[in-house]
Design a protein around this ligand. Structure first.
Ligand SMILES: Cc1cc2nc3c(=O)[nH]c(=O)nc-3n(C[C@H](O)[C@H](O)[C@H](O)COP(=O)(O)O)c2cc1C
Length: 188
């Protein structure tokens, strides 16, 4: 098959769609974020590529804390709305009912089946975005979304994101179990 060269783009999929929460001027603020991933397992460190000009980013920098909230398809309209408006001009604090965990100023969304609170540990600046590294301090999951004490992803049903078509997606089919299915493979 002939390969066509494209310009560099954010083409590592799937990208999640999370809502990052922070407190700005004593008010909870949320924004959807797709540039986020796990980069270390112990302690659990997440890296998020955020524009430092965002209202949420200023709250993260001043408090040193933020939250990660996984919306499902049921919250897609409210999630997208938070990406269409900035907390600099629009009060987003009434969009979601929130709860607090162990950290101050890391408001979490009750309607998200899985949320986490993070402590900012490091930032690295790039020309457009700054990478905010956060240590996950605790994770909160709806009891009904657990299976044998672990997150049941079919019940949490996190929203995913694709680019450049700007699509919101659900998780697809489960294919196989990792560190297991490969045992059947016979190298040539
Ligand atoms: C699906 C989606 C994904 C987004 N991902 C990011 C991202 O990864 N990084 C970023 O800085 N902004 C991202 N944005 C843009 C911000 O969410 C948007 O500019 C928001 O209004 C900022 O809100 P704030 O100024 O109240 O913080 C995304 C927006 C959408 C709709």
């Amino acid at each position: 098959m002939k390969k066509i060269r494209l310009e560099p783009g954010p083409f590592v999929l799937p990208m999640p769609t999370v809502l990052i929460g922070a407190t700005v001027n004593n008010v909870p603020n949320f924004m959807p974020v797709a540039f986020i991933g796990i980069v270390n397992i112990k302690p659990v460190i997440v890296a998020c590529g955020l524009s430092p000009t965002h209202h949420t980013s200023s709250g993260i920098s001043s408090n040193g804390t933020f939250s990660i909230n996984l919306p499902g398809a049921d919250l897609v309209e409210a999630t997208d709305w938070c990406g269409l408006h900035s907390g600099t001009r629009t009060d987003k604090s009434k969009v979601f009912e929130t709860f607090a965990g162990e950290l101050e100023n890391a408001p979490m969304i009750k309607a998200c089946r899985l949320t986490a609170e993070c402590r900012l540990v490091k930032t690295v600046e790039f020309p457009v975005d700054t990478v905010y590294f956060g240590e996950v301090v605790s994770v909160h999951v709806d009891e009904a979304a657990l299976k044998d004490g672990s997150p049941d992803w079919s019940r949490i049903a996190p929203l995913l994101f694709t680019f450049p078509d700007k699509g919101y997606w659900r998780l697809g089919d489960h294919v196989a179990e990792a560190w297991s299915i490969g045992k059947k493979y016979k190298p040539l």
